[in-house]
Design a protein around this ligand. Sequence first.
Ligand code: GAL
Length: 441
Amino acid sequence: MAKAIVQFPKGFLWGTATAAHQVEGNNTNNNWSAWEKEPGRIMHGQSAGVACDWWGGRWKEDLDRAAETGQNAHRFSVEWSRIQPEPGKWDENAIERYRTILRGMHDRNLRPMVTLHHFTDPLWLVEMGGWENPETPAFFAKYVEKVVASLKEYVTEWVTINEPNVYSYSGYVSGDFPPGKKDMGTAFSVMVNLVKGHALAYHGIHNVQPEAKVGLAINYRSFYPASKSPLDIFVAKTQSAIFNDLFPKAAVDGKVRFLFKTVTIPEAKNTQDFIGLNYYTRDMVSFDITKPNTLFGRSFYRPEAELSSTGFIANEPDGFTEAIKWANRFGYPIYITENGVEDEKDTLRPKYLAYHIHKLWHMVNFNSNIKGYFHWSLVDNFEWERGWTQRFGLWGLDTETQQRIRRGSVDFYAEICRQNGLSSEMIEKYCPDAIQNIFPD
Ligand code: GAL
């Protein structure tokens, strides 16, 4: 018997999350496959390649691993460019493949959550201007209706767009994602079109499947003023208002607010049945006149924070509490649609997991209506512009041999899922140095 245990409500979903382009392999008809061919875009010139070979059938073995280690849910995405390879053409074989994968999830008692857009766009759409084109929301809605009509017998929870905030920031402000632009004005029109696309998709899904539950997955980043200076506070607030609030607020009242501009999209009003929350880390933010592209904010991690292996993520569980409090204010059920850390050697992950699950439990007990947690990720996969340099998987991946490497966190997460809770015994076993913080004497 454990000395202490924190317990989650019955029926809580415990899973992992993946995305099509990152795990499927051999995606050749989308913007990322083209981007990966351009010199200098991806670290070390890497590309997704066969990725985790899910399209070749290895989804089976990975979902076996998920189910055998106590998980009861899985979030994944379907690839628009496979389903609609050309504007007027549906690939029924690709749709059938997704139906098979979904049946595979149900056979393994994994409840699916499906993301309809996770960063990738078909090449034909890119040629028409991608999300800069005001017609794209309608193209997206058509694709979404086709997918939902074809898959609805297996799926109730849909995420329309994954991290529209990261998509628009990285593609149109920092330029790290395709199309690599650095232009705030264009970023704003893309944001407006993403809100429209989400809204049309929301209504389309409910027409096809009235009982569906639909949301966005937002990457919540905690922007913490580096000092008490009013300028630091102002910049942190402004960054948060745009990065964190813009999309979910627009889906509440139909207004897209960006600095001094507001655009009203009436059809976007009340278009969320849940909030999908992706949380990784917290930034300290200070005012910096030389950084107009980040709204005059300079970001850095707390010097004493523990960092992930490439320094990409600081272990900041208080930011997770802040994120859940923020999500809770919208008044919808919440799913943690992503949370995790890149950590090839699995030295930080157990601690990161313990602290974040503990904060999650705390918020569940403060009346947050949190329905489930999806760890990013099940197996190492292609990390966008960072290529294969970052390893987020519970299982590692040898990309040469496709061999999976069982990291210690697999067993830790399995115990959490099976017990539907976190115990002092688990902490003593997997990350003893966290015990005093989580279960103090
Ligand atoms: C998120 C994204 C995922 C994954 C993760 C870790 O922003 O939705 O696809 O890449 O970050 O970097």
